[in-house]
Design a protein around this ligand. Structure first.
Ligand SMILES: *Cc1c(COP(=O)(O)O)cnc(C)c1O
Length: 465
């Protein structure tokens, strides 16, 4: 005997209708995303009030659930998949990754243990090796596949905390932080907010940070780094969220290695420079760090959510993230949960593997170099327009633009957002309001850049009226 709801759900699979329907909507969405308004219209956002309802008492018709999502949800999305979304450092999604994610959705695998998902475990092992080679990291480096760089930073710093305290005969897992030996933290004044968040969550306290001054691109000034020691975590950055600048890893790591400090690199989007022949001068020396945090969902354009923690001290990493239980079945191969904070998590490795296999080394190189070229194109075109100023060296994919005054910059940014031909956000840079243009979509063409520059011009004209 099946229950009523069981019967209904078996029926959904048998008649396939909702699946066909959702695929159809997906294709339509994808086809239109490149020409659509980049930000949803006011009306589309207003219409979201349809979702303000009480939890239905009775089961809803499945078709109408999918229909509601498509009718009201699709128009209220931001077109981050297209070529003219330059907000934050967002990244599009490569078609084969979407297709693989779709298949993976139906597999619904949790790669916590090999016995839970042999395919998930296999792909994680394979991609771990690919990434270690691509980033030229030490051969003993392990990877954990997490939701993003926020979590990857947390894992890297947790491993650092474990190792430094363990060297002082202090087991953090057993003894906790109360009365523990002191851990020093040294980082640049442009460290990402998620690094500070991780320091907070780990109980290390942002007040204890020894801040290092940065230059006009946001890079740590190596000479200003204090004396380091083996109780220090030094946090560096590959890709500043505003300027895209890289710390000087070669010089800094040499100094830190001598002192036996733990070096963590936040390379959310910038670590990928190492995979590009023409740009790998930016990441020279990263192999001398101890842990690295990087995203798939930014520069590599995997779908959300996909971050990776890489760590050459496997024992510290797995000890920091350890868990045990009488029902756990460990294998001699990879059990993903020892490399991440979670036990169950989705098998994001499916998309990551698919995209790396699809692009290959040369495809990755070409895609990222093209983003760099488009960023340079944007800077060149916008500089030609009177009233716009580029504020950074274009080394990777970020362009910082400002107008003649904070007031105009603010108005122009608001006009650009209102025009919806492209989308970007603002920031503060060297004490001034600026606009941040982040080029990190595989789909951004020369034409997209020119069209966006035109929108900037229009927005300035409107502001000056
Ligand atoms: C985006 C970003 C992060 C946070 O990564 P998420 O994937 O959003 O969690 C951390 N550091 C830098 C430099 C970033 O650009």
């Amino acid at each position: 005997m099946k229950s009523k709801i069981q019967h209904k759900m078996f029926q959904e699979i048998r008649n396939k209708e909702i699946f066909k329907q959702s695929h159809q909507y997906s294709f339509e969405y994808l086809e239109n995303i490149f020409d659509r308004n980049v930000y949803p219209t006011e009306e589309a956002v207003k219409n979201l009030s349809i979702f303000n309802e009480k939890l239905p008492t009775d089961s809803t018709n499945a078709k109408s659930v999918i229909e509601q999502l498509n009718k009201y949800g699709s128009p209220a999305t931001t077109a981050t998949l297209g070529g003219r979304y330059f907000g934050f450092v967002t990244g599009s999604a490569i078609p084969v990754g979407l297709a693989a994610k779709n298949l993976g959705t139906y597999w619904d695998q949790a790669p916590a243990m090999k016995v839970l998902s042999p395919i998930g475990s296999k792909l994680e092992s394979v991609v771990e090796k690919w990434l270690v080679d691509l980033f030229s990291l030490p051969q003993n480096t392990s990877a954990g596949f997490v939701s993003g760089t926020s979590t990857a930073n947390l894992c890297g710093l947790a491993a650092a905390r474990y190792r430094i305290l363990q060297r002082n005969n202090w087991d953090i897992n057993e003894k906790g932080l109360r009365n523990s030996p002191k851990i020093r933290i040294v980082t640049g004044k442009q460290s990402h907010s998620t690094v500070l968040k991780a320091i907070g969550i780990l109980g290390l306290g942002t007040e204890n940070i020894e801040w290092v001054n940065v230059d006009n691109q946001g890079r740590i000034i190596p000479d200003l780094i204090p004396e380091l020691d083996e109780n220090t975590i030094l946090i560096l950055q590959a890709g500043n969220v505003n300027s895209g600048a890289f710390d000087n890893f070669e010089i800094i790591c040499k100094k830190a290695n001598k002192a036996n400090a733990w070096i963590h690199i936040d390379g959310a989007f910038g670590l990928w420079a190492e995979a590009v022949n023409e740009l790998k001068y930016l990441t020279k020396g990263i192999g001398n760090a101890t842990s690295w945090a990087v995203d798939g969902h930014k520069t590599l354009n995997t779908p959300y959510d996909c971050g990776i923690i890489l760590c050459s001290d496997q024992e510290a990493m797995t000890s920091a993230l350890h868990m045990a239980g009488s029902y756990i079945i460990e294998s001699t191969e990879r059990d993903g949960m020892f490399y991440t904070p979670e036990m169950s998590r989705r098998a994001r490795i499916i998309e990551l593997w698919s995209i790396m296999k699809y692009l290959g080394k040369n495809g990755i190189d070409e895609m990222i170099l093209t983003m760099n070229r488009r960023a340079k194109q944007f800077a060149e075109e916008i500089e030609k327009i009177e009233g716009f100023h580029v504020e950074n060296d274009i080394v990777f994919n970020q362009v910082i633009v400002k107008c003649d005054s904070d007031k105009i910059t603010k108005q122009v940014l608001s006009n650009i957002q209102m025009l919806r031909e492209c989308w970007l956000g603002g920031s503060m840079w060297l004490g001034k309001k600026v606009m941040r243009v982040s080029i990190c979509s595989w789909a951004t063409t020369e034409n997209d850049i020119s069209k966006s520059v035109k929108s900037f011009k229009k927005a300035l004209k409107l502001a000056n009226r």
